[in-house]
Design a protein. Structure first.
Length: 402
């Protein structure tokens, strides 16, 4: 453990050392069975009890209402891009079997690379018209990057969409919706029809468990790959409202697209997430992370810490901005607590920044390959001390470069 570096990577990302030490024990002997967690049957009494406890912890921390089920799936966030479309189209078909095809729409709020990818997957699948409810690029300073949550009056939703999709935190771009309802960068819940069960779908992959889910009860589906704040890759958590767990075969008989059985929420739900072999090890580690979260004081503790950490970092970056060394990529108000993106403006400065970081034992700060620049991720496992060290480094760097 003493040789571990500070890992500011975007995902997979840092896990608490204490959790990894505990996980090592479980690898040899899970729940006193004498069998390691990667070796034991997923149908054993011990694992069944464990997976139920993990779901309970998520329910407690996020205050998931009893109207919603918590499912454990595989295929990552990317798998859900298709899964949400197939299930929500089946639901829509059952609700409105006779709707003319051109009126079956899917609304996408595109505010970064990941919501764009999800929207493109919906286009690939077909079966409904894809409506881009808002496109962040069109509202950005340079017209080609994602640098903010666009103003509320630019969101244009369809009359009766099968789903309304948004990505709460855009990991690549560093754009995040605000949870303050009076913020212009909040999600425009007030523009949605309030008299029906909203078909609202949110990708929370990179902010899951970093703070409470805003208006969770209003969501049809919230999903997240585990590999940022929750645990190792391989586990996808899906929170689904009961009315979205539909008979996909009945819908297919009415003309909806067939849904692979492993992608049908109904299958996963009926079998308590044990229809087939789940990602046993990832679920185990996620359970340990949740235990630790509880010990520390729950999600509110992390929310407060994450807010403080990101504020400190943005403040340090602002000094660099004032001195002409740094350019923050995202406009104030839409800035992510989790993924902080910026450019170094001095000639060769970016490489010097990354090298200087590595010398101090700080890794994982290079921007996503598609957009370059610098990206620092401050997930739950990044401590305040580590953040302070990074802030100190950024201050030194800015002084040296200016
Ligand atoms: N959505 C978001 C917000 C993400 O950050 C990622 C992965 N970084 C994905 C979706 C895709 O997830 P996966 O790699 O688990 O398919």
């Amino acid at each position: 453990a003493s040789q571990r570096v500070m890992n500011f990577g975007a995902g997979p990302s840092a896990l608490p050392t204490a959790v990894l030490e505990k996980a090592t024990e479980g690898l040899f002997n899970f729940a006193g069975t004498g069998i390691g967690i990667a070796e034991i049957s997923h149908r054993s009494t011990q694992f069944r009890a464990y997976i139920a406890k993990v779901a309970d912890s998520i329910r407690t921390e996020l205050q998931v209402p009893s109207t919603h089920q918590i499912l454990f799936m595989q295929g990552g966030g990317t798998g859900q891009f298709a899964t949400v479309v197939l299930n929500m189209l089946a639901r829509h078909r059952l609700l409105y079997p006779d709707l003319p095809e051109e009126e079956r729409t899917l609304d996408y709020c595109v505010t970064g690379q990941w919501s764009k990818k999800a929207m493109e997957e919906a286009q690939r699948l077909g079966g409904a018209k894809v409506n881009v409810a808002v496109n962040g690029k069109e509202h950005s300073a340079d017209g080609k990057s994602f640098d903010s949550i666009p103003p509320h009056d630019t969101f244009k939703f369809s009359a009766n969409p099968a789903l309304i999709y948004y990505c709460e935190n855009e990991t690549v771009d560093g754009v995040q919706y605000s949870h303050e309802s009076d913020s212009p960068a909040s999600f425009p819940f007030h523009l949605l029809k309030q008299d029906t069960l909203l078909p609202l779908v949110a990708d929370y992959s990179s902010s899951f468990m970093s703070r409470p889910i805003n208006r969770i009860a209003d969501h049809a589906i919230v999903f997240a790959g585990a590999q940022k704040n929750l645990g190792p890759a391989g586990l996808t958590v899906v929170i689904v409202r009961q009315d979205c767990i539909v008979d996909v075969d009945a819908a297919a008989k009415l003309g909806a697209m067939p849904v692979p059985i492993i992608m049908a929420y109904k299958t996963i739900c009926e079998f308590d997430s044990l229809y087939n072999t789940p990602s046993v090890l990832a679920i185990y580690v996620a359970g340990l992370v949740l235990d630790r979260m509880k010990e520390k004081g729950g999600i509110k503790f992390y929310e407060a810490g994450n807010k403080r950490k990101s504020e400190k970092l943005y403040a340090a970056l602002q000094e660099g901005v004032d001195k002409g060394v740094i350019k923050a990529r995202v406009k104030e108000g839409s800035r992510s607590w989790m993924n902080i993106t910026f450019d170094v403006l001095t000639e060769g400065g970016e490489a010097r920044y990354l090298e200087g970081g590595i010398k101090r034992g700080m890794k994982g700060m290079d921007g996503h390959r598609s957009v370059g620049g610098i990206r620092v991720s401050l997930y739950n496992a990044i401590t305040e001390e580590e953040t302070d060290k990074l802030v100190e480094y950024i201050k030194e760097f800015v002084a040296a470069e200016s």
